[in-house]
Structure formats: structure tokens, C-alpha cells
Ligand binder design. Structure first.
Ligand code: ZN
Ligand code: ZN
Length: 771
């Protein structure tokens, strides 16, 4: 008797949810079933993958273990349920037709960088896809950006118009092929093509390899090209050519704001930047984000890339087209600027028509293709926090391509809801059950185009994930565009509206990210530039005792009048002098801030004293601006947080001294900080040490307040959230001090600490009480 006859033949039904479609999951199951000599079937359903298998018990066990242990690279299992069933007398294992169910939904894979197998084929002259810019397989390529609807099937993607040639069709239908059911599969014979357009180009455009080489020639000559990528267009130029970078900056109206750079390989990255193992891992990950790296002093990357900073945002090629475009060659630039193709703060351009209308003023030529982008998706930006304990933490600064719309798992299920996010760096969030689908980066909601892009994005994601919101959560700010949208829609559709305080949402996002249940409150340290407070003031230096339901404001920075409103945000010298005025310190002419604003001093003084256009603020962002201005770093800014970023860049890591705050009755008063800082400035202490003393002072103040709050409330869990925590000097110092005091500290590694992570917190607060 052989072994199979001794053990009983049994049946098992398996239901799997997660990212399991369009990622090679069914061929993977098929191969496992063959390995363990099991019979039955596998099929996609609207909510995941169903399997029925028959075989000996041990083989079934091995199969289930291998399912989770050997997952295909892009797959991710959220739930796996098994139930015994009678053996059905199957004779083989097959992949059967998909079944769709009304209202069912499932997560969708983000777009992923070209895989090593496809990359090898791309540069293999014997392969039929040799140098084909749209090569992909089930393990790589576009997903979210080409999907019009679910189930994820070619006719419901922007590949619908391309009919598979016989060879591609054979690969597509062979369960043993890497391209089995790879929806965007294509080849030079049947797939999308590349061409080059521009004012100086022939009417019959250059195509394919000719277009590519002509674009490379332009770049080599220092010209600017718009290149259609996965989630939108980039503007590209030689990153080592000062004049080209300067020209791009001029055309884009982007004063001082850093440009991202793409380099062909890790060797090049290491030549220009210092790269830790954790940074290398992130750079080469399938998501291929932009990673903020320290530049080497000898790097030939133009300084104009990131004025006033020693960091550069670097990414590796992620689409096959990028690999071809950046292919090293004689005289070809070592690195290209690859910045989102838009004017100033408009959304990234993503259609060919849009490129022709909007980008010809910015670029000398357009490198186009005919695979449409359905959803625009900017590059993600990440930073690694180097930690003194040798532990590195990923800090998302922008979570978009490669990550969106991968869901966050919530600590408990919520009813269908939409959270509309903030005003700057907007993202929104659609939630149902225990999934929170975080959107791609929408941008700053300050023009009609961004609002339109927001509304399209919301409609698309509600449809994709089959969510009809019952609740809309938004920021309580009266004028945020996203909040107005929320109020109007709640009114029109009779939905429950939940307005969430800005900093409460930040802390809730931090709690949700770490799966905190909210059964006990946390100490939330929410530091940012601007958030509408429940007393109508502009908050931003806040210590909250918070859970998902409510919060109390336990401590905050002392209020100052923000004289001039928005003007004060653009001109930090105004905030600096206001701080001195409130502290009773004179505006002597030797203070850099006073010297800068000499002709406006009387007006400013009148504004402060009479409170004209001077809302009260406890903003930590403005405190950093003021310190940077008083230290002489910067009196006017061209982009958000510029003064604070440049101030931090100068901090001397060896400096141990600090400035002291006054902390009494929940009010944090910076008066002694200003006194000490001015004394240092006058006695010629260098900016590096002033900056370090300021950062050390803020970190120490956080420790002092947290210790006090622990004593009063018996809480030792601390959540750090808000854009100020992107300051790694401050974050490292604070983590060290808090952990030394045995606090359990949570900071962001899934969503940004800035307003890009706000929607997740709004969703949590909005869904609480309705679960
Ligand atoms: Zn591939
Ligand atoms: Zn083909």
C-alpha cells in the first residue's frame, strides 16, 4: 500500500483577501498545487481568491504553509480562511473563470518598478522585447494608474485598446508563464509606442528608438524635455548643468524649491551622495521613492538643485523607459533632474493633450506614448531617520506612487466613510471595514485645477473600492477647500458630517498607524505650522491628551499675534520681531530681523499693538521661523518651512548646550529662549551652535512637558505628529530624551507626519462611535 492510500483524502476550501489579483497569485497557487500533487481549482472573485483543493492531510498542510511563506513579490495576504469540505473527485488542478459579486471589493496593487527579469530582457538583444520601453510582467509595471474599474482585467484598464499579438496572447494564457494574466502585457508588435513632439520637430514625429535617442541628444545639449512616465509627466534636464537647471527653475516659476534627481544606478548615487544600508534598501525597493540623501561635497550635481541645502532628493529609474533614457553613454549626463511637470503648484500633467497645452512653454520637446494614465500619481518622497541606537526609521514625506492606494489596516472596522484631508499636501482617505485606502498625493488645494483633481480622485476611488460614504470627516477649518467640499456634499447627500480638529487628526493618524486601540489616551505632541483651533486661534505647538473620540489641550506654546497673517508666514522677520515684542525685548538694529524690515517697523508695531489682521497663534512652525530669522539665516521664504529647513541644515551636531523655555500651568513661554539666542548672536556665537542650542532646547522642553503630563495623567505613551517632526535633528534629539525617560514613543513611518497624513486621523475620529 502506498502512503496516499493510508492517509485519507480530504477537501479544503480557502478564501484569501488582500492584494492577490494582478500579481501572479493564481499561477503561484497552481504551481503549489502541482508541487504537492493536489487536485481542485483556483479562481479570482470580486473580493479576493477562492481555492478548493483535495488531497492527503499532510499535503494540504504543506500547501497552506507554502501559500503564506512563498508569496509572489507584489502579493499581500490580509485574511486567509480555510474550511473543510467533502472531497469532490477532481482529477487535476485548474484555473477557472472569475466570478463577480455585487458590491464586493479588494485592494489594488500600487504601480511597481520594472522587475529584474524584465530588466534583463530589456537589454538582451535576442529578446523580442529588446529595448521595448513598456516591457512588464505579473511581478512589475503599472497598476493603479491604468485601472479604470475592478475586477482588474485588461478591458477595464487603459490597455483595453491594444489587441494582444499571438505571441503575447500565448504568454498571457499560459499559467506557467511569468506573463500569465499580466494585464498590461505588450510587445513592440502589439503594444504602446513612443514618439517625440516639439516646435523644432518634424511633422511626422520621430518614433520608438529614434525618438528616445533624439530626446537623449536634447538632454545632453542642456535642453529640457517633458517625459511621460507612470503617473504623469516629468520635466527632465541635465542635473550637472548649472545653466540647464537654472533655466528649468526660471520656466517653472519654482524659486528655491528642491528638484528631484534620477540617477542610473547605485554606483552613481554613491558617487554623489552618502548612502546608508537602509537608504540603499529604500532606493532599490519596488516602490522606488525619492529618498532624501546627504550630498557629497565633491558631487558635480548643480547646487541650484536644492539651494541652501546639503541634501538631494534622489531616485533610481523605475520604468523601462527611464532605464533606456538614463542609459550611461559617452557625454550623457550622469544624472537627470526629474521634477513633476507642472507650473508652480498645479497638479502634475498626465495626458498627452495636457502636455501639449501646458508643457510646451516649459519644455523644448515632449517624449510621449500612447498608454494612457488614468490616475495621476506623483513620485513618493521618503527619508531615513538615522538613529543613535543604530535603528533606522522610514519617514514618509509624501506617500504616493508605489504606495497608494495600498490600504492601512485599522484597529477596528468603520462604516463606509470619506475623510477629505487638509489644505496643503492634500491626500484623502476612503475607509470601509478595517481598510483605510489612502489616496495618492493631490497637492496644495489653492487653485481650481487641484480641486478638480481632488474631486476626480474621490469619485474614482469611491467607485474602485465600492464605497458609498455614510460619513464625511473633514478639518474644522472654515475655509479649507476640502472642508467646504465635505460640508456641501454632506448637506446635499444627507450624510453625517464630522469636523475634526486639525491636531487631534494628526495624533489620531499616529495612533492608527501603530494600531493603537484608543482604549487609553496618549500624550499627543502635535507640532506644525498652521491648524485651526477650537477657540478660533491658529494652533501648532500643542500637547493633547487624546484618544480617537476626544482630546483635551493639556499644554501649548504661548499665543502671539500673527501680525500680517499670510505675509508673516512668507516673511519670518515679522514673526521674529513679534515674538520679541511679546517677550518685552527691544528691536535693536543689530538684530538681523530688525535690520531687514527697517522701513516697515512702525507699521508692524502698530499691527501688533492694535491687533489688526493679527490672529493669535501658538504655531511651532512660526517659532522655528522666528529663530531662523533672529539667527540671521533667512528673513523671507519662497516655500513652506524654507527658513526652518535651512536653519536645521546648519545645526552643529556636537553642540550640547540648549536654550530654556518657561513652562508653567500648561503654557510654554519662549521668552528666555529669545534672550539667550540674542545674547549668543551679539557675542558672535556661530549659527551652527545657535541652531543646535535651539533644537536641543525644543527637544528638552518636550521632555519636560511630557514628564509633567505623565505625572498628572499617568500616561507614558507619546505620539509625535505634525510637519515639524520632519525635522530630523529635532526628532532624533527628542526620541533620545523621551526614551531615556522610559516613554513609549510613536512616530510616523506609514503616512507623512505633515498634512499628507491628516486624512487617516480624520477617518479614525470620524468613524469612532459609528463602528
Ligand atoms: Zn517584470
Ligand atoms: Zn505582443
Amino acid at each position: 500500500m502506498d502512503a496516499t492510500m493510508l492517509s485519507e483524502i480530504e477537501g479544503l476550501r480557502v478564501h484569501i483577501t488582500g492584494v492577490v489579483q494582478g500579481v501572479g497569485f493564481r499561477p503561484f497557487v497552481y504551481n503549489l498545487a502541482r508541487r504537492y500533487e493536489l487536485v481542485g481549482w483556483v479562481r479570482n472573485s470580486s473580493s479576493g481568491v477562492d481555492i478548493e483543493i483535495n488531497g492527503p492531510t499532510e499535503a494540504l498542510d504543506s500547501f497552506i504553509n507554502a501559500l503564506t511563506a512563498e508569496l509572489p513579490p507584489l502579493a499581500n495576504i490580509d485574511h486567509l480562511e480555510t474550511a473543510p469540505c467533502p472531497s469532490n473527485g477532481f482529477t487535476d488542478f485548474t484555473i477557472v473563470e472569475s466570478r463577480s459579486e455585487q458590491g464586493a471589493y479588494q485592494p489594488i496593487s500600487p504601480d511597481m518598478a520594472v522587475c529584474p527579469d524584465c530588466l534583463r530582457e530589456l537589454f538582451d538583444s535576442t529578446d523580442r522585447r529588446y529595448r521595448y520601453p513598456f516591457i512588464n510582467c505579473t511581478n512589475c509595471g503599472p497598476r493603479y494608474t491604468i485601472i479604470r474599474d475592478i475586477p482588474y482585467d485588461r478591458p477595464l484598464t487603459t490597455m483595453a485598446g491594444f489587441t494582444l499579438c499571438p505571441e503575447c496572447a500565448a504568454e498571457y494564457s499560459n499559467p506557467l508563464d511569468r506573463r500569465f494574466h499580466a494585464q498590461p502585457v505588450a510587445c513592440p508588435a502589439c503594444g504602446p509606442r513612443l514618439w517625440l513632439e516639439g516646435p523644432d520637430m518634424p511633422d511626422d514625429p520621430l518614433r520608438d528608438e529614434d525618438a528616445l535617442q533624439a530626446a537623449r541628444r536634447l538632454l545632453r545639449e542642456g535642453r529640457i524635455a517633458a517625459v511621460k512616465g507612470l503617473g504623469g509627466f516629468h520635466l527632465a534636464c541635465d542635473a550637472t548643468n548649472q545653466a540647464a537647471v537654472g533655466e528649468l527653475r526660471r520656466r517653472k516659476l519654482r524659486v528655491d524649491k528642491p528638484f528631484a534627481v534620477m540617477m542610473p544606478d547605485m554606483d552613481t548615487v554613491r558617487r554623489h551622495c552618502v548612502v546608508s544600508p537602509a537608504e540603499a534598501e529604500l532606493l532599490t525597493s519596488r516602490a522606488r521613492p525619492i529618498v532624501i540623501l546627504a550630498r557629497r561635497p565633491k558631487s558635480t550635481i548643480a547646487r541650484e538643485i536644492a539651494p541652501g541645502q546639503d541634501n538631494i532628493g534622489v531616485m533610481l529609474p523605475y520604468s523601462p523607459l527611464h532605464y533606456l533614457l538614463l542609459e550611461p553613454g559617452p557625454g550623457f549626463p550622469e544624472a537627470l533632474v526629474m521634477t513633476s511637470a507642472n507650473l508652480s503648484e498645479e497638479p502634475i500633467a498626465y495626458t498627452n493633450d495636457e502636455a501639449r497645452e501646458r508643457l510646451l512653454a516649459l519644455a523644448d520637446a515632449l517624449l510621449l506614448h500612447d498608454r494612457d494614465i488614468h490616475t495621476r500619481c506623483d513620485d513618493s518622497v521618503m527619508r531615513i531617520l538615522p538613529n543613535e541606537q543604530e535603528r533606522s526609521l522610514v519617514m514618509p514625506l509624501r506617500r504616493s506612487r508605489g504606495y497608494a492606494p495600498f490600504p492601512a489596516r485599522l484597529p477596528w472596522p468603520v462604516p463606509p466613510l470619506l475623510a477629505t484631508g487638509g489644505e496643503l499636501k492634500n491626500t484623502f482617505c476612503i475607509a470601509r471595514d478595517d481598510y483605510a485606502f489612502l489616496s495618492h498625493h493631490i497637492g496644495d488645494m489653492e487653485n481650481y485645477e487641484t480641486l478638480a483633481s481632488f474631486e476626480e480622485g474621490v469619485a474614482h476611488m469611491e467607485h474602485l473600492f465600492r464605497v458609498r460614504p455614510e460619513i464625511i470627516a473633514c478639518d474644522m477649518h472654515p475655509d479649507y477647500m476640502a472642508s467646504r467640499y465635505a460640508r456641501e456634499r454632506a448637506d446635499r447627500e444627507g450624510l453625517t458630517l464630522v469636523e475634526v480638529q486639525h491636531h487631534h487628526a494628526h495624533i489620531a493618524a499616529g495612533m492608527a498607524e501603530h494600531g493603537l486601540s484608543g482604549a487609553t489616551p496618549v500624550i499627543g505632541v502635535a507640532f506644525d505650522g498652521t491648524g485651526y483651533g477650537d477657540d478660533g486661534a491658529i494652533w501648532g505647538g500643542e500637547f493633547l491628551i487624546a484618544d480617537y473620540t476626544s482630546y483635551t489641550r493639556a499644554a501649548h506654546l504661548a499665543y502671539i499675534p500673527l501680525a500680517g497673517g499670510d505675509l508673516a508666514v512668507r516673511e519670518p522677520w515679522r514673526v521674529a520681531l513679534t515674538h520679541l515684542h511679546v517677550a518685552g525685548l527691544p528691536w535693536d538694529n543689530d538684530i538681523p530681523a530688525a535690520a531687514y524690515g527697517r522701513s516697515h517697523l512702525t507699521v508692524l508695531r502698530a499691527q501688533i499693538e492694535r491687533g489688526i489682521n493679527a490672529p493669535l497663534t501658538s504655531s511651532m512652525g512660526r517659532l522655528f521661523d522666528a529663530a531662523a530669522a533672529l539667527a540671521g539665516v533667512r528673513q523671507a521664504v519662497n516655500y513652506e518651512a524654507q527658513a526652518a529647513i535651512e536653519f536645521e541644515a546648519q545645526a552643529d551636531p556636537s553642540e550640547k548646550k540648549r536654550y530654556e523655555f518657561n513652562y508653567t500651568n500648561g503654557i510654554i513661554d519662549p521668552k528666555p529662549v529669545w534672550k539667550a539666542l540674542l545674547a549668543d548672536k551679539r557675542s558672535g556665537v556661530d549659527v551652527g551652535r545657535i541652531s543646535a542650542r535651539f533644537h536641543n532646547g525644543v527637544a528638552t522642553m518636550v521632555r519636560e512637558v511630557c514628564c509633567d503630563l505623565r505625572e498628572r495623567h499617568g500616561i507614558d505613551e507619546v505620539v509625535l505628529s505634525g510637519g515639524v517632526w520632519q525635522n530630523v535633528t529635532l526628532l532624533r534629539r527628542t526620541l533620545t530624551l523621551l526614551e531615556r525617560e522610559k516613554f513609549v514613543v510613536f512616530c510616523h513611518s506609514l503616512v507623512p507626519a505633515n498634512d499628507g497624513g491628516l486624512a487617516l486621523g480624520q477617518a479614525m475620529v470620524g468613524g469612532k462611535g459609528f463602528e
